[in-house]
Design a protein around this ligand. Structure first.
Ligand code: UTP
Length: 407
């Protein structure tokens, strides 16, 4: 069977034969491109069962390490973390494949200049934070950067042009996040061109499978990496490979560690660490029942107050036992331009499509055990998500200044 026949059979099997509707109009290069895209589809993600969440059981509070205990044991934790970093057991994994739609910036978010009297880029803040740790430890941490089709070329060029803000180029590896096709509400994959599927990044939960596909998982393993510190691009106060966090997680014997900040109000829009059916989990703010969101302990503190900040440590060996297909798939309704049957591009006025994503936050539960680790909000949490108001460049600037960063 030749390649085209194989692809036809595959599409027939999944009820998606319409993807070759314009085959006759494509030149050789466009045909090649289309076949590539079709062969790379992760059919598991699109399967109707994939998004049904497993029954998770009762929500209950989880114990975590709070600031007073962390301070009391700081030296012990820091020593263990430093040792692991010096032995090359910790890698940093930066998630930079998002589209940053809320910020409304057309390029890759990490390249945004947030300085006032001097240029200060988001990437620069992150790398300076990482350099503080590597200088203290006297050892570099391999830095894996996940980009997507939308951010890859720009991110690579930007970091090279800025000489990686002082981080050694040899310690930086880029890898591309896999893409997932959008479908209409009946599950038919959409085309955005006659030879192009309507693709978008498959969510930050794709980071481990994409790292594998890029051949970097084996590389990390061969280097002796035992822990991945996964973090978001947009928190400019982010502590990366924080030795105290690393040491505390290692000494806890758990399979993962999750940094959290105490919620500032019962309805703050952050996911909350808890247990569900006895396993560590993150409940999204919209899933947390009203009475639980408001529940306070005898000291008047919120019981469900551990807000996650997308900074996790994952044990590599445990990740190896998790099937990618075990990560639940989220469906998001979006407006996606598509080609109609006549081959005309339609820009829909209302939501017309489903995008499929997996999220790294869902991996916490699959790890089986987790150490929640408190970070002081004013020192470690300055995310840039929105164009104005909360979690914007303005709020991040204020926090950077409070932490002595010259802008
Ligand atoms: P967000 O959930 O804030 O998404 O990502 P986003 O795409 O950057 O922003 P909006 O929602 O469109 O405004 C949290 C982290 O996960 C990364 C982002 O780059 C950010 O570091 N991410 C998100 C990916 O790497 N890939 C994705 O597909 C989505």
């Amino acid at each position: 069977m030749d390649r085209l026949e194989r692809v036809r059979a595959l599409l027939k099997n999944h009820g998606q034969e319409h993807l070759l509707a314009f085959w006759g109009e494509l030149d050789a290069a466009a045909r090649e491109e289309l076949l590539n895209e079709i062969e790379h589809i992760d059919w598991n993600m699109l399967s109707p069962g994939a998004h049904i969440q497993p029954v998770k059981g009762e929500i209950s509070p989880i114990e975590g390490l709070l600031v007073p205990e962390i301070e009391a044991r700081r030296e012990e934790f820091a020593a263990a973390g430093k040792k692991a970093i010096q032995e090359g057991k910790v890698a940093a994994l930066l998630l930079a494949g998002g589209q940053g739609t809320r910020l409304g910036y057309a390029g890759a978010k990490g390249t945004v200049d947030i300085g006032i009297t001097r240029p200060l880029y988001i990437y620069e803040c992150l790398i300076e934070n990482l350099l503080k740790v590597t200088n203290e430890c006297g050892a570099y941490v391999p830095l894996y950067i996940m980009t997507s089709d939308k951010t890859d070329a720009e991110t690579r060029a930007f970091l090279k042009e800025h000489a990686y803000f002082g981080y050694p180029e040899g310690e930086v590896r880029f890898f591309l996040q896999d893409m997932a096709p959008a479908t209409d509400f009946s599950g038919n994959i959409l085309l955005e061109g006659k030879g192009r599927l309507a693709l978008s990044p498959n969510g930050n939960g794709g980071c481990f499978s994409s790292l594998r596909r890029a051949g970097l998982w084996e590389e990390a393993k061969n280097r002796g990496v035992e822990w991945f510190n996964v973090f978001a691009v947009d928190n400019v106060l982010q502590r990366i490979a924080d030795p105290v966090f690393v040491g505390a997680t290692l000494l806890s014997g758990k399979n993962c560690g999750a940094k959290f900040v105490k919620k500032c109000a019962p309805h703050e829009r952050v996911g909350v660490l808890c247990k569900r059916g006895g396993l560590p989990d993150v409940v999204e703010y919209y899933e947390l029942p009203e009475e639980m969101a408001n529940l306070r302990d005898e000291r008047g503190e919120l019981v469900y107050s551990f807000g996650v900040i997308l900074n996790y440590l994952f044990r590599r060996e445990t990740l190896e036992r998790i099937e990618q297909s075990a990560i639940p798939v989220h469906h998001a309704k979006k407006k996606v331009p598509y080609l109609n049957e006549a081959g005309e591009l339609v820009h829909p006025e209302t939501e017309n499509a489903v995008k499929y994503e997996t999220l790294v936050v869902d991996v916490v539960r699959l790890m089986g055990s987790c150490l929640p680790f408190e970070a002081v909000r004013e020192r470690e949490f300055a995310p840039i998500k929105n164009a104005s108001g909360a979690d914007s460049i303005a709020s991040a600037r204020e926090l950077l200044q409070k932490n002595g960063v010259k802008l």
